[in-house]
Design a protein around this ligand. Structure first.
Ligand code: GLY
Length: 461
């Protein structure tokens, strides 16, 4: 946790921005995995962490703007709990660590919220994503579960996004720690990988490192020789000579700030010439995109410039052809690069995705494209100092997508399907770093993680 004054200042600013009403924050609870008592790893809600800091299940909080009150609702442990879980500080003591003085038992929350509603106070809440909290919201506010996302408070969403979007120095320091643990995980995987190993062996190695560092994974490990499957969580393949491993994984610190890095490396000691040629195109797009980052630039334009560089590289290999401005404008590059260039990152790996990308990655001036590929861009708006984001271009050969586009003869003017057929089983390459936007430019977070061909091959022995 940070100093209590940091949480106090965040809540003061929230009250100022919200102006009136009651802001209700529901923390996360333990969730049964296969029966109630055998729970998933507990992860606190990031908005709750940001404003109240407390990393415990079973809590809720209100900020009563009209009456200038801040209250944590929760329960101290019973003696039965202490027998199984050990003694814990009292909730009042924990609340003081977040600069709060008022604590009430959980059973009082419902009456408190209902009284506020009867008094005509607006109750602001954020879009829920866990079913237990949806049921609680239904009880508290009588809003059907299906309507809760649309009924969430735009004013509260905007007020939260207005703070969480800009990372303070202490948040950036924690994110550097997350990236450094993540970098060590990637280096270990690149050093350890051998033909004959399973993906699971490497996935277990890196997951163990995230836990050993005091935090956990920031999202489920993507580590696969089938790198063309963008979010591949299957780890059952055996590494074979001639293949590449795409590893997209990261650690979050004990304070829950995330790292999110991708590296791709050959199972053999060296890339094949074909692998190397595609790798260099992705690397050029990644390095070029990072070099262009500064306040004011639209991330959508950075995405499109990366798409253009990828298209240029693919043209030199005979995979694309024709007028590349037109090809990228029409979305032909998305056969090879079908996702967005990156997203904000912070307490969540896709930071504040629960609040809606419309508020987080877009703006009134920049709205989402409907075009396949660019439609998946999570961040498109103008960049500002304090934003932290990922840059993660890739080139993939997805057999099912190639077959579909070829059947429809889609973008035949721009895509050389005969050459594409020769790459059908190539897999995929993605390279990703985490970048802070500074007052005038940008800074890659963390210590450098090998990514040139020479650096990667040096790790492969
Ligand atoms: N690195 C996983 C993702 O960005 O979705």
């Amino acid at each position: 946790m940070f100093q209590p004054s940091i949480y106090q200042a965040r809540r003061e600013r929230l009250k100022k921005d919200l102006k009136s009403g009651l802001a209700l924050f529901l923390g996360n609870n333990e969730l049964g995995m296969n029966y109630a008592g055998n729970t998933y790893h507990f992860r606190q809600d990031s908005n709750f962490l940001y404003f109240f800091g407390l990393d415990k299940p079973g809590l809720a909080a209100v900020i009563d703007v009209d009456n200038d009150r801040e209250i944590i609702f929760g329960d101290d442990l019973s003696i039965e709990d202490v027998v199984w879980m050990g003694a814990q500080p009292r909730l009042k003591t924990l609340a003081e660590q977040a600069g709060l003085r008022e604590v009430l038992p959980s059973r009082r929350l419902s009456a408190f919220v209902k009284k506020a509603r009867r008094a005509g106070q607006a109750v602001h809440f954020l879009p829920p994503y866990r079913h237990d909290n949806m049921l609680l919201l239904k009880d508290l506010l009588n809003i059907p579960v299906a309507r809760q996302k649309s009924a969430a408070s735009e004013a509260l969403i905007r007020a939260v996004v207005a703070q969480r979007s800009y990372k303070s120095a202490e948040e950036v320091a924690d994110m550097e720690r997350a990236v450094n643990v993540t970098g060590a995980m990637h280096i270990a995987a690149m050093k350890a990988a051998r033909a004959g190993q399973t993906e699971a062996e490497l996935a277990g190695l890196v997951q163990g490192m995230a836990v050993s560092a005091g935090g956990n994974l920031s999202y489920p490990v993507i580590l696969s020789v089938q790198g063309q499957i963008l979010h591949n969580h299957y780890h059952g393949n055996t590494l074979q000579p001639g293949q590449m491993v795409l590893g997209d994984f990261g650690a979050e610190t004990a304070s829950h700030y995330a790292g999110d890095i991708t590296r791709t490396f050959p199972v053999d000691r060296r890339f094949t010439p074909k692998q190397r040629a595609i790798y260099e195109i992705v690397l050029d797009a990644e390095v070029g995109a990072i070099a262009s980052l500064k306040p004011g630039i639209l991330y959508r334009d950075v995405h499109l410039a990366a798409a253009r560089r990828i298209a240029e590289g693919l043209k030199t290999l005979g995979l694309m052809q024709g007028n590349l401005d037109e090809a990228v404008a029409q979305g032909a590059h998305a056969l090879f690069f079908p996702h967005g260039l990156g997203h904000k990152i912070g307490l969540d790996v896709h930071d504040m995705e629960d609040l809606g990308e419309k508020y987080v990655g877009y703006s009134d001036a920049v709205t989402r494209s409907a075009q396949f590929g660019t439609a998946y861009l999570r961040l498109a708006r103008a960049l500002e100092p304090g934003f932290v984001l990922t840059v993660e271009p890739g080139i993939y050969f997805i057999p099912q997508l190639i077959d579909q586009w070829r059947r429809k003869n889609l973008f035949a003017e721009f895509i050389n399907y005969q050459t594409v057929a020769k790459y059908r089983n190539f897999g995929g390459i993605r390279i990703e770093d985490n970048v802070l936007i500074t007052e005038k430019s940008h800074r890659i977070l963390g210590d450098p993680i090998p990514k040139t061909v020479a650096e990667v091959e040096a790790l492969r022995g």
